[in-house]
Design a protein around this ligand. Structure first.
Ligand SMILES: [Zn+2]
Length: 259
């Protein structure tokens, strides 16, 4: 909850017009949106959203713009926060779901980037022909994947997974179809091509960002999910709307500890 902007008290009411009212001093204030949290002018922000949508990293923006590089980087981070939060709040999936885990990074030598310190393990769920959710997990074990499955899917779903033992308890939660593979190819008609398609989408998309700090990886992954889930829409107006609708004080995304 946001602290009072007059006295700093941490407890407030939400008024019907969306403003907050301090429970101690009665001061009223309007929550700051992510859009307003950047002091850049609207034209610059709109231009930056466009460049973000096109996938132009800040370090490739050599041409002049009325914003310093740190201000542009901060604005990009606000966009990623908004996207990651929107994806985290997306309601749980139900129906036919594919689950799978993969790793990002780890192959690069040297000290730069999240890949340098090791791999990031990511767990993903995709609705057949539809939306995806993916999150970094702290370990490659049953507890970690079940936590994501419980948070992001409804009981009674039909789960398609590979043969990994960690999925064994899924049959207690819903129906479970195990995809057997021989020499990397599924046996029979069932498959988990959907989630595998998302992995290659994400790895391609994140490739130019291989130098990002590991502590921000979850934001980049959230961005990738958002882009994938809105792949048939015009992202620019969507992102501007999202930034204006998201309160700066309510951003609360816990990065998963990656070892
Ligand atoms: Zn107050």
């Amino acid at each position: 909850m946001a602290s009072c902007t007059a006295c700093g008290f941490g407890w407030s009411w939400v008024l019907s017009d969306g403003r907050l009212k301090c429970r101690r001093c009665g001061h009223r204030w309007r929550r700051r949106s992510l859009w307003d949290a950047s002091r850049l002018d609207s034209r610059t922000k709109t231009e930056l959203v466009q460049r973000f949508v096109w996938g132009v990293p800040v370090y490739r923006q050599r041409f002049s713009l009325a914003a310093s590089r740190p201000a542009r980087e901060r604005f990009y981070r606000l966009i990623r926060f908004a996207m990651a939060q929107a994806e985290q709040l997306r309601e749980p999936f139900e129906g036919s779901l594919e689950c799978d885990e993969t790793t990002f990074g780890g192959a690069r030598k040297g000290k730069r980037g999240w890949g340098a310190a090791g791999k990031v393990i990511v767990f993903g769920i995709i609705k057949r022909n539809g939306l995806v959710k993916a999150e970094p997990i702290p370990a490659h074990d049953r507890a970690s994947i079940m936590q994501v499955i419980q948070a992001h899917s409804r009981e009674g779903s039909l789960y398609y997974t590979d043969q990994w033992q960690a999925y064994a308890t899924l049959r207690l939660r819903g129906d479970h179809v195990v995809i057997r593979k021989e020499k990397g190819r599924p046996v029979g008609r069932d498959h988990i091509n959907g989630i595998e398609g998302f992995w290659s989408y994400a790895k391609n998309w994140l490739y130019p960002y291989r130098g990002v700090p590991k502590k921000f990886f979850h934001l980049y992954l959230g961005e990738t999910c958002y882009r994938f889930n809105h792949r048939d829409e015009d992202l620019k107006p969507l992102i501007i709307k999202l930034l204006k609708a998201t309160a700066f004080e309510e951003i609360d995304i816990n990065p998963v500890q990656v070892s």
